[in-house]
Design a protein around this ligand. Structure first.
Ligand SMILES: [Zn+2]
Length: 329
C-alpha cells in the first residue's frame, strides 16, 4: 500500500511537471518539452535564430520544409501556413522549447507522415453542409446572406468538382433541412467515408475580422485554441490525430493559396461533428459573413466555385500523401 501511494504521489508530480509551464529559472522538463534545436537535429533541418521586438524566433529549414516558431506565440508556421499550438514555445537560456505533444501532434505529422500508420485509401468523401432548416447558422442580414444557404451551395459545387476528380462523394443533406449534429458523423460512418469535410462560414461581433480557418480536434489532454473548458478526454476522432492535421494543413494552405483568403490558421476545437468521427475529418470556415468585404465575395457564385476548387485541390494533395505513405510502408 505504501509503495502504491508513493507511486501515485510520483505520478502526480510527473503530471504537474508535464502540465504547467516551466518556471523561468528552470530548464523545462524534458518529459513535457523538447528543445527546438533537438527537433531540428533529429529531422535533419538547419536552425536559424532571429530576434525582433524582443521576441525570439527560430526558423527550421530543409530542402522540403520550413517551420517557424516564436517565443510567446501559440501560432507556428509550416511552409508559410499558420497552425495553432496548444501552448506557446518558451525560451530558456539560449534555447527555445515547445511542448512535446505540440511537436508530435502538429508538426511531426507534416514533416514525417511516413512515421505514422497510413490513412485509409481516399475513395469516399462525406461533405457536410453546416446548419439547415430551422438552424440558419451565421447571417448577414444587410446582405441577405444565410450560412445554411451558402454551405449547401458550396457543398454542391465541391461535390461536382470532387466527382470529376474520381472520388465517391456523399453529402449529409441535399436540401434546406435540419439535421442533428451527431447524425452527420454517424452518416459518414454508415457510408464508410474515408474523409469528412464539414462546411461553414463564420461570423464575429467584430466585423473587421475576416479570413479562413480550418478546425480539427485537439489531441486528448490538450486545450482547444479558444478558451474552451470542454472535457479533454480522448474521443473517437482522436484516432486520426496525425491525418487530421495533414488534411487540415492542405485545406488551409489551398484556401490561402488558391482562394487568396487571409490565413487565420489551422485551429483546434472539440466540435460535436468531429468528436465521434470514424475517419479523418475537419470543419472548414471559409470566410466571415459578418465582414462586409468578405461577405460580398462569399455572395458571388464564382467565389464559391473558387472555394470548392481550393478544397478539391487540398483533397488531391491529401490523397497523394496517403498513397505516398502507403507505398513507403
Ligand atoms: Zn456554422
Amino acid at each position: 500500500m505504501k509503495s502504491a501511494l508513493r507511486l501515485i504521489f510520483a505520478a502526480c508530480l510527473v503530471f504537474l511537471a508535464a502540465s504547467s509551464l516551466p518556471a523561468a529559472n528552470k530548464t523545462p522538463s524534458e518529459n513535457a518539452y523538447v528543445s527546438v534545436t533537438n527537433i531540428a537535429s533529429s529531422v535533419g533541418m538547419s536552425v536559424k535564430k532571429s530576434e525582433a521586438d524582443g521576441h525570439v524566433r527560430y526558423t527550421l529549414s530543409s530542402k522540403w520544409s520550413t517551420v517557424e516558431l516564436e517565443e510567446g506565440s501559440p501560432v507556428c508556421r509550416v511552409n508559410d501556413v499558420q497552425l495553432h499550438l496548444s501552448a506557446a514555445p518558451v525560451s530558456r537560456g539560449t534555447l527555445l522549447y515547445m511542448m512535446r505533444s505540440d511537436y508530435k501532434k502538429t508538426i511531426e505529422p507534416l514533416l514525417l507522415p511516413q512515421k505514422f500508420a497510413p490513412a485509409p485509401d481516399l475513395k469516399t468523401i462525406v461533405i457536410d453542409p453546416g446548419h439547415g432548416g430551422r438552424d440558419d447558422g451565421a447571417q448577414n442580414k444587410a446582405a441577405g446572406i444565410k450560412e445554411k444557404v451558402m454551405t449547401l451551395d458550396l457543398a454542391t459545387r465541391l461535390k461536382t468538382q470532387l466527382e470529376e476528380r474520381g472520388y465517391r462523394v456523399l453529402v449529409t443533406r441535399t436540401k434546406d433541412e435540419f439535421i442533428e449534429l451527431p447524425d452527420r458523423p454517424a452518416y459518414a460512418a454508415k457510408v464508410k467515408a474515408d474523409l469528412f469535410i464539414s462546411l461553414h462560414f463564420n461570423a464575429s461581433t467584430d466585423t473587421s475580422v475576416f479570413g479562413a480557418e480550418t478546425y480539427i480536434l485537439p489531441p486528448a489532454g490538450r486545450p482547444a485554441s479558444s478558451n474552451s473548458t470542454y472535457d479533454q478526454s480522448p474521443v473517437a476522432g482522436n484516432r486520426f490525430d496525425e491525418w487530421n492535421v495533414i488534411a487540415a494543413y492542405y485545406v488551409q494552405r489551398e484556401l490561402v493559396n488558391t482562394l487568396g483568403a487571409a490565413d487565420r490558421g489551422v485551429r483546434r476545437a472539440r466540435f460535436a461533428v468531429l468528436r465521434p468521427l470514424s475517419c479523418p475529418g475537419m470543419l472548414v470556415e471559409s470566410g466571415y459573413v459578418s465582414n462586409r468585404t468578405e461577405c460580398a465575395k462569399i455572395a458571388q457564385s464564382a467565389y464559391r466555385d473558387k472555394i470548392a476548387t481550393a478544397i478539391a485541390n487540398a483533397v488531391d494533395a491529401y490523397s497523394r500523401t496517403v498513397r505516398r505513405v502507403q507505398s513507403a510502408q
